[in-house]
Design a protein around this ligand. Sequence first.
Ligand SMILES: Nc1ncnc2c1ncn2[C@@H]1O[C@H](COP(=O)(O)OP(=O)(O)O)[C@@H](O)[C@H]1O
Ligand SMILES: [Mg+2]
Length: 369
Amino acid sequence: MFLESLEVTHLRNLQHLKISPHPKTNFIVGRNGCGKTSILEAISLLSNGRSFRSVDPKKVISHTASELVVFGGVNPGNGSGPEKLGISKGMNGSTLARIDGETQKRISSLAIKLPIVSIDTGSIELIDGGPGLRRSILDWGMFHVEHTYLDIWHRYRRVYKQKNALLKSTKVISENDLSYWNQQLVNEGQLIDDMRGKYIAELNAQFQNIASNYFNIAEPVSLRYKSGWNKQKYSDLYQCLELNARTEIERKTCLYGPHRADMVISWSDGMAKDICSRGQKKLVLYGVRLAQVAVMRALRSISPVLLLDDLPAELDKNNIEYVTRFLMDFPCQAFITAISEQSINETLLSQLTEHHMFHVEHGKLVSAE
Ligand SMILES: Nc1ncnc2c1ncn2[C@@H]1O[C@H](COP(=O)(O)OP(=O)(O)O)[C@@H](O)[C@H]1O
Ligand SMILES: [Mg+2]
């Protein structure tokens, strides 16, 4: 699977840009502010309806326009013709997703056709930030290995929101009132927990392989799932919810369940967040995201499209060589941005020989090979 054509209209400074990407590596080069990250943003929108830089569509739509449109031709890699994906976003937040001209009820239909893994400057939050981003990349991974996961997650969210609304309301709530919602929550909650646990076990195996065999990390590193409740203390989620109903009523919020889960990233005998240098954190971040690529390949025989923003600026020479080695063994379509052709590491250029180089100036393509 790879993106064989991309057409972007009215996205930031890209008024109208059309490219035919290489099935393997695509280098996008140009000065600061020319629109390189915006091209990656366009691919991200086409995959999941969201930009990795901004949740507010008004910021992404060009100042001079009221709507942005991205079209992409996805070659499924099985000999059949390209699937035509399209997404448009209006100033009022409206989103329209299409596949081969047919309007889609869910954006996730696009993600199935065009799975992406993106790493940009903000991604370091995966190590440094709160659990929200870690849960969302876990859910991304889960969805791509098991599409039914999304429905299970939506059902859980719906009940969780209703229970939370009740807890926050001014009504006097009894433990019995809560018990009704807890019974609704546990099936999906337990299922999500089991699925995530299995996924992280797989992810951890790939992560450890990448860390020691590709990234030369000598310290022991690992990924571990932390459920949203204490599994040593309670026999299951239902028992935890029932025994803590009073506390939830007093605190007016849902305190236990998969919405509180996390992924613990360990380095040596501590947490990566606390003991790693910035360079090591970046390497761990690449390790986790590339492990997701490896898991998808192992379990679904699919390689997602990689978006690596400013790779030469983000990683040092050795680490870029490590990533290159991974890309050689796990071939996938990649989009890599850089300030200039000269700034791209020699190893990247010489090893990833099957590539296109796109030069961008002021939101326009000036040359492509
Ligand atoms: N909504 C918008 N409308 C028009 N231009 C924008 C908008 N948002 C950002 N820009 C401009 O678009 C350019 C996008 O830059 P970006 O893709 O981040 O560049 P690069 O990654 O090449 O440094 C910047 O020059 C920025 O000022
Ligand atoms: Mg940029």
